[in-house]
Design a protein around this ligand. Structure first.
Ligand code: PLP
Length: 388
């Protein structure tokens, strides 16, 4: 049976060249980067070389890169680390974020609120994005940090990070950006974006799972999340994942190289998919990715199906598509399994039943027009069967 993987926003396959780069560090070069002997020193050189390469890709200094276990930890470290350090004088520091953020930001934000920090959660506007004006209005004398994502993982809408960075600078507030979905697709230079902190995760751009990084601008004071050894300049304890950081660096360099052409190709596939929906969908549908109306990441198309006579069972739709070889997500993979409709789609104002019947197609480097055609065909027959 044909199998079409359209869930690249959840994860991407490891690139063979990245695996090759990692292999020696999974086998013969096994030293602990903190050991003083030659194996340790060799691992340290590899680690610092990878840090330099990651920093170069982002336009950062190597001392500004903290390796983490992925995007979730990078987001947690940014929020909890900055707020803890900013609250050092006793007054609880505040956070501004949005209701459309990934759970990796929303959960720490809730935790900070429980701990007595003022947390303002902005509602996204018509297309799911947050405007600089909203951020400006939400910042008050307690605010230490604003955290907003570069592109939304469920609907793909982009935030105007440079404009929001200006607002943050004018108010003397730090800006964290979750760029987990955009590395390798949109330009991610920390100075051009104007961010103080930025999260990324290797498995979203053909690198290994379980490794990511947080960029932390030199002047930013950040408390540790994981305490133990003094690794990562005391910002993240634990023996360094040398094979992982080598994979991250290799994957990031590959992602940055040719990002523009990749994005253009994906945009064409995205348009192809959206144009094809009109024929493929035999019922009403809502396009949640605001293509042509707001800037969007080029790899995501999110579509929801309002109830006709009966609500459509979104999970059943995903499983039926899967049985026909079309692998997609109901929303973000991290929340699938939960019966609740997507918090992003409900924040957009979709009715519960419509938000529960949504499909996210996300394309990648190997996706072809034929794959998109196949997915549209299968969507058509599946919806016919389920709604007919
Ligand atoms: N932030 C966003 C926007 C994501 O899409 C994801 C994963 O889907 C994460 C954070 C979490 O990253 P990780 O899977 O590396 O923990």
């Amino acid at each position: 049976m044909e199998r079409v993987y359209l869930d690249h926003a959840a994860t991407t396959p490891l690139a063979p060249a990245v695996l090759e780069a990692m292999k020696p560090h999974l086998t013969e070069h096994y030293g602990n980067a903190s050991s003083v002997h030659q194996y340790g020193r060799q691992a340290r050189v590899t680690l610092e070389d990878a840090r330099e390469r990651v920093a170069d890709c982002l336009g950062a200094e190597s001392s500004e890169i903290v390796f983490t276990s992925g995007g979730t930890e990078a987001d947690n470290l940014a929020l909890k680390g900055v707020i803890a350090a900013a609250s050092d004088d006793g007054a609880p520091a505040g956070l501004v974020t949005s209701a459309a953020e990934h759970e990796a930001v929303l959960r720490p934000a809730e935790r900070l609120r429980e701990q007595g920090h003022p947390v303002s959660i902005l509602s996204p506007g018509a297309h799911g994005a947050i405007s600089p004006q909203q951020v400006d209005a939400a910042i008050d004398e307690h605010t230490a940090l604003v955290s907003l994502m570069h592109a939304n993982n469920e609907i793909g809408v982009c935030t105007d990070i440079p404009a929001i960075a200006e607002v943050c600078r004018a108010n003397d507030v730090l800006l964290h950006c979750d760029a987990v979905q955009t590395v390798g697709l949109l330009p991610v230079d920390v100075d051009d974006l104007g961010v103080d902190l930025l999260s990324l995760s290797a498995h979203k751009f053909y690198g290994p799972k379980g490794i990511g990084a947080l960029f932390v601008r030199g002047r930013v004071d950040l408390g540790p999340l994981v305490e133990g050894g003094s690794q990562e300049r005391e910002r993240r304890g634990g023996t360094e994942n040398v094979p992982g950081v080598v994979g991250l660096a290799a994957a990031l360099e590959r992602a940055m190289d040719g990002a523009e052409e990749r994005a253009e190709r994906l945009s064409q596939l995205q348009r192809h998919l959206v144009d094809g929906l009109a024929d493929a969908v035999p019922c009403d549908y809502v396009l949640n990715t605001p293509i042509g109306e707001a800037p969007v990441a080029p790899h995501v198309v999110n579509v929801a199906f309002p109830p006709t006579e009966e609500p459509l069972d979104g999970e059943m739709l995903i499983l039926n598509l899967d049985m026909e070889g079309v692998l997609v997500s109901a929303g973000s993979a991290c929340t699938s399994g939960a019966l609740e409709p997507s918090h992003v789609l409900t924040a957009l104002g979709l009715e519960r039943e419509t938000a529960s019947a949504a499909v996210r197609f996300s394309m990648g480097a190997d996706t072809t027009e034929d794959d998109v055609e196949y997915a549209l065909d299968v969507l058509h027959t599946t919806l016919d069967r389920m709604t007919g």
